[in-house]
Design a protein around this ligand. Sequence first.
Ligand code: BGC
Length: 256
Amino acid sequence: MAENKILGIDIGGSGIKGAIVNIATGELITERFRLSTPKPAKPKAVAKVFTEVVEHFEWKGLIGVGFPAIVKNGVALSAANIDEKWMGMNAETLFSEATGCPVSVCNDADVAGIAEMQYGVGKGKKGVVILITIGTGLGSAIFHDGILLPNSELGHLKFKGGIAEHYAADSVRKKEDLSWSDWGKRFNEYLLHLDRLFSPDLFILGGGASKKMEKYKSQIKIDCPVVPAKLLNHAGIIGAASLASLQSKRKLATVK
Ligand code: BGC
């Protein structure tokens, strides 16, 4: 059914990735298509590459987007790992005008969390579930009984005299050339801190480093269960499509 198909696009620091998603099953129904994120990643340049991804699929319908910033009503409200020109920019309007399609934009970790809660390891999980995406930064999505608390930004907690993502993101492991074991110890400290603040029932780890969990698993010593995400690098695309569908239904409901 056509209404079950939505184009999901995940905008990251290195790539802009898209696929058409069957939101009834959470499966990709096309191959994933990826283009490099332009450098510098200013809004106009990103919108151009975004349009190329949309054109690749000859897409004319609703598009869901995961974006690495605080996003409220389509407007980017932070710029930690993206060009500062995005601050205050209505990303929905920008992408919509560039493609002629309706576009729904949300935080990248929030959409990855939605995908895991709907179709992945979080499916049916009650209580407090926290998903942390580990990449250039640390992204977060908090759920209570399956309901998302958006834009939680737990990667920006003050931690160890600085900001958490400057201590425990995957980019820090690479930059400081830390062994997986040393980085794992840092990440464990971060999880302990979150555990004390939120007493979650489950932590889900997403993003690039979640695929390597075997390498640092022995350093994770907290009581709360910690599991890797199931949808791996497809979660952003799947969740973006799914959240766009939910939001468009909500909009229709308010119009009625
Ligand atoms: C941003 C978040 C984003 C995370 C992962 C952080 O630096 O502030 O909004 O979710 O990186 O991309």
